[in-house]
Design a protein around this ligand. Structure first.
Ligand SMILES: Cc1cc2nc3c(=O)[nH]c(=O)nc-3n(C[C@H](O)[C@H](O)[C@H](O)COP(=O)(O)OP(=O)(O)OC[C@H]3O[C@@H](n4cnc5c(N)ncnc54)[C@H](O)[C@@H]3O)c2cc1C
Length: 479
């Protein structure tokens, strides 16, 4: 039996693809509609138009990745994109006609369906999986079972020990929910990365967390105010109505994401409130039906009301180090999608490349599962070995929400040694609290990387340093 943990785009596409290739699969997931996929909006980047090519897509990906992309993975994913979406279409999924242009892309290559591409793909794949008879079971996986260097099974919260696994595929998403402000759902606190790390897997690139500049939360419902709103004339203002972004970048609202996130964050630190002013957008309802219905649900009128916004943790580049097959450094343990560190994104993610990554690694998995295990290579990266710490006897009563607040303030958009060392002194490589272990690894990597690169910004080292063109990896110590 192949067990797939997680029911986002990576897990469900792997499950359907494996089942159609004749394998026995079961999906175990903490919450069926948890994770980022059901709420992902924009689309899937694929080089399909006549004036585009996988090589151009690879070039754009590498440029945004700021010196840390794994070139082999980038070539593989950009080449395989077309096959992956064609396979999805052959299963019956229909994208809308046309391709969108997004920031960082030199061509129109974003395939989409309405304003809710992730949600549409998620619902389609879930229905497909169920129609094929694949069990999709809600339960939380807490630990992996490793014997003689191989993964043999895992432990779940309600079913206990499951030991009939031929392979385990982790597709548990990222850890953006470990930040107070986030665009993702509470399921995503990095549990998959924590259990793999404890089982001996190498993890890498943990310091690279992407922040989205414009996320709102009305009556507790988080919502991403898409880039296209700004492209169509939405303004970002403070409570005095000032368009302060021009003080930070000549392009104002159309500046790159990381600059916008920093500018809005600094304005908030100065005590200002920040809003999106949608009043200048003509024909709002027709152009942005999903945003319009969100606002209507919360009694806001885009013609009259200013919408409060904040930057928020959105995506993580790092995770469980894998090769292009999805193999980790522990035999029979695969990691696919956002939980993995495939090297596709390097130090920063090109928009719409993550749904693509999940789809390529998920759909192609049957090609690899019976091959001899290859595992990973770490090249000239820095490897740090850490000893796990038993939680008993440690006076640490931090709640998840306290951790999220600490991370937002000290491990967020603007980092420095003082803030990061505060975190590495309260967190530790916890054996039983994934939120502490993952926060520790992220803070430690961010502290070690004494430069600014991609989405990692250090105010005490504000420039990119060529000596840091290498990854930081962590592995558990055996002694
Ligand atoms: C608001 C938003 C908009 C986005 N828009 C885009 C976009 O337009 N294009 C793009 O390419 N990317 C986008 N992204 C990023 C993209 O959605 C994610 O990177 C991608 O969906 C991740 O898919 P996944 O299958 O790897 O993980 P997820 O979709 O995050 O799924 C993780 C799954 O793991 C399960 N899980 C977690 N922990 C456990 C556990 N311990 N035991 C069992 N199950 C567990 C969860 O329940 C969930 O089912 C967006 C992200 C957000 C938050």
């Amino acid at each position: 039996m192949i067990y797939i943990i997680g029911s986002g785009i990576a897990g469900l596409s792997a499950a359907v693809s494996l089942k159609m290739a004749g394998y026995k699969v079961t999906v175990i997931t903490k919450k069926v509609d948890g994770g980022s996929t059901p709420i992902a909006k924009g689309g899937v980047a694929v080089a399909v138009s006549v004036d585009d090519s996988p090589e151009l897509h690879a070039e754009d990906t590498i440029k945004v990745g700021d010196g840390l992309c794994d070139i082999r993975t980038v070539r593989y994913v950009t080449q395989e994109g077309k096959h992956a979406v064609e396979t999805l279409q052959s299963w019956g999924f229909e994208f809308d006609k046309g391709l969108r242009l997004e920031g960082g892309h030199s061509r129109r290559r974003v395939m989409y369906k309405t304003d809710e591409t992730g949600g549409e793909i998620f619902r389609f794949l879930l229905t497909k999986a169920r129609s094929l008879g694949i069990p999709v079971v809600e339960d939380m996986v807490t630990d992996l079972i490793v014997k003689e260097g191989e993964v043999r099974g895992f432990v779940t919260k309600t079913r206990g020990i499951i030991e009939d696994a031929d392979k385990v595929v982790l597709a548990t998403g990222g850890y953006s929910y470990l930040f107070e402000f986030t665009s993702t759902q509470p399921t995503n606190i990095g549990e998959g990365i924590a259990m793999a790390f404890k089982a001996g897997a190498v993890v890498g690139d943990m310091e690279f967390v992407q922040f989205h500049p414009t996320v709102t939360k009305l009556d507790g419902e988080t919502f991403l105010m898409t880039e296209t709103l700004r492209g169509e004339g939405a303004k970002v203002v403070n409570e005095k109505g000032e368009r302060f972004l021009f003080n930070y970048h000549p392009k104002g609202e159309l500046a790159p994401r990381d600059i916008l996130s920093r500018a809005i964050y600094i304005e908030m630190l100065k005590g200002h409130q920040v809003f999106m002013d949608l009043r200048g957008i003509e024909d709002f309802q027709r152009k942005f039906p999903v945003v319009a219905s969100y606002l209507a649900r919360h009694g806001r009128d885009p013609k009259k009301d200013l919408i409060p916004i904040s930057p928020a943790a959105h995506f993580v580049d790092g995770g469980i180090r894998v090769n292009i097959r999805g193999e980790s450094s522990v035999k029979n343990l695969y990691a696919i999608g956002e939980v993995s560190d495939s090297g596709l994104h390097g130090a920063n993610r090109l928009a719409s490349n993550s749904l693509l990554e999940g789809l390529v690694f998920g759909i192609n998995l049957p090609q690899y599962v019976d091959l001899q295990w290859e595992g990973i290579t770490t090249g000239d990266g820095i490897m740090k070995t850490l000893k796990l710490v038993e939680d008993e006897g440690i006076d640490n009563t931090l709640t998840l929400n306290e951790i999220r607040k600490l991370n937002w303030e000290n491990l967020g958009i603007i980092r420095n040694h003082e803030k990061l060392s505060k975190l590495t002194s309260v967190y530790y490589p916890s054996k039983s609290r994934p939120e502490i272990l993952i926060s520790y690894l992220t803070a430690l990597a961010a502290d070690i990387r004494t430069e600014s690169r991609g989405n990692h910004y250090r105010e005490d080292y504000p420039f990119k340093d060529p000596r840091w063109e290498k990854r930081i990896y962590f592995r558990v110590s055996n002694s």
